[in-house]
Design a protein around this ligand. Structure first.
Ligand SMILES: [Mn+2]
Length: 424
């Protein structure tokens, strides 16, 4: 199903007066308002194909009903989100969970909803029924060359699927690691991973990138072969210009200063982009902004400052994607919340008085530096985002309209209460 344009317009019409009051209140104090609204209009966050179904845990999975039963229905769900928020115009596919059988048909289906395809993601962290050799002891780092060959071939196959969909990047996350001391020669594991990635790198089209994701632990609990940004940076540096480091917000040990990591990767031209989520303890994959929205703002503050310093386009300079798994929420509602949280942090970062901050830093005025950041962070920017959505044809309040239209009930009617989406 899709939402008629007239339904969105009617809802907006009813909320217009209240919106205008809130918008005028905040807009009056903002310099360069039109530029900010333009940037907000341009800024989109990719939706991963695996986030349209209810996520599972190590212990179980509770499907929510009306989940997409096919890739086409996943694209439909992203189309719904995009119609409501006008900020989610692409979808990131995971192979083999979402193999496009006919790329042209899939592309046309997406294009009709105003969508295109973001990075493609490979999977060597599970064994598929059809595969010959097991990834139980790793994939690209495996001691057995035959296993490495199989994993390399899979990644090259994923690139081919991506080329057919006009994707421009391969995203690689490896679960390779060790569970016990002594299990693995760490230098050997790194060198084998590098060699495998080099073969994949050679298969990249000229205008493609490979994004190397890192993660400190899980599913392995002693060592992970690409465990932190230093190891990913080392690999991407050795590979070449088409390789960059992907930052997943949940893939850090507690207390890690992610904004500093991001700032330095950006400085070196090695920041591929983001997998957004939030966490309290580990890779919790919670809704973006639900636990630590201030950290998200601080990350965006470094991103905006760093991208401006390099003359990069905020919307297209790096990859922006959600990577979350919601095991008790309606996935569409969760994604609407996530996109909104990301754009709130981005907008607040755009409001930082950069000139004043530079001056405060120059004079070691610690108090004022903090005031400048927190002034931006404490600004309620939601009416600005609503205005940008309104101008783009989206809904003033996407979540409220989604509920008012009882979209999930309609999806359950259409797809059934027991429809289960592919994914984790
Ligand atoms: Mn990720």
């Amino acid at each position: 199903m899709q939402l008629e344009k007239s339904i969105i317009e009617e809802a907006n019409h009813q909320q217009q007066a209240a919106h205008q009051r809130k918008y005028d209140f905040v807009a009056g104090d903002i310099n360069g308002l039109d530029t900010i609204l333009k940037k907000l209009g341009d800024f989109n966050i990719a939706i991963p194909s695996w986030a349209l179904g209810t996520g599972g845990t190590r212990f179980g999975r509770f499907s929510g009903g009306g989940e997409p039963r096919s890739l086409e229905e996943k694209i439909d769900d992203v189309g719904l989100i995009q119609a409501l928020n006008r900020s989610s115009n692409s979808i990131s596919l995971h192979i083999p969970w979402d193999i496009p059988k006919n790329a042209d048909v899939i592309k046309a289906h997406a294009a009709a909803l105003g969508l295109h395809f973001d990075a493609v993601n490979s999977n060597t962290f599970q064994d598929q029924a059809s595969q010959e050799l097991s990834y139980k002891f790793g994939s690209l780092h495996h001691v057995d060359k035959a296993v490495r060959k199989q994993a390399i071939a899979h990644n090259i196959e994923v690139i081919k699927y991506g080329v057919a969909l006009d994707s421009k990047a391969l995203s690689v996350w490896l679960s390779d690691g060790s569970n016990f001391p002594g299990q693995l020669n760490m230098r050997g594991a790194f060198e084998r991973t590098l060699e495998s990635l080099q073969e994949i790198y050679e298969a990249l089209p000229a205008d493609w990138k490979v994004w190397v994701e890192y993660k400190p632990y899980e599913p392995n609990f002693y060592s992970t072969t690409i465990g932190d940004w230093g190891q990913s940076y080392l690999l991407s540096s050795k590979l070449g210009d088409k390789a960059q480091t992907l930052v997943d917000l949940g893939h850090h040990l507690q207390g890690a200063n992610i904004e500093q990591i991001v700032s330095l990767l950006l400085m070196e031209g090695k920041l591929a982009g983001f997998h957004f989520n939030d966490s309290k303890y580990g890779d919790d994959d919670l809704t973006v902004g639900s636990i630590n929205p201030y950290q998200l703002f601080l990350i965006f503050n470094e991103l905006v400052e760093g991208m401006d310093a390099r003359g990069m386009n905020h919307a297209t300079g790096i990859g922006w994607m959600i990577d979350a798994s919601h095991n008790i929420k309606d996935p569409i509602e969760d994604l609407i919340q996530s996109v909104e949280a990301i754009k709130i942090a981005y907008t607040q970062a755009l409001l930082v008085d950069v000139t004043a901050l530079k001056q405060a830093q120059q004079y070691n005025d610690v108090v004022f530096a903090q005031e400048i950041l927190q002034h931006a962070y404490r600004t309620d920017v939601r009416p600005l985002l609503a205005e940008a959505r309104l101008r783009a044809g989206g809904a003033l309040n996407p979540l409220a309209l989604y509920r008012a239209q009882a979209v999930r009930n309609q999806l359950i009617k259409e797809r059934g209460a027991k429809a289960v989406s592919t994914g984790l």
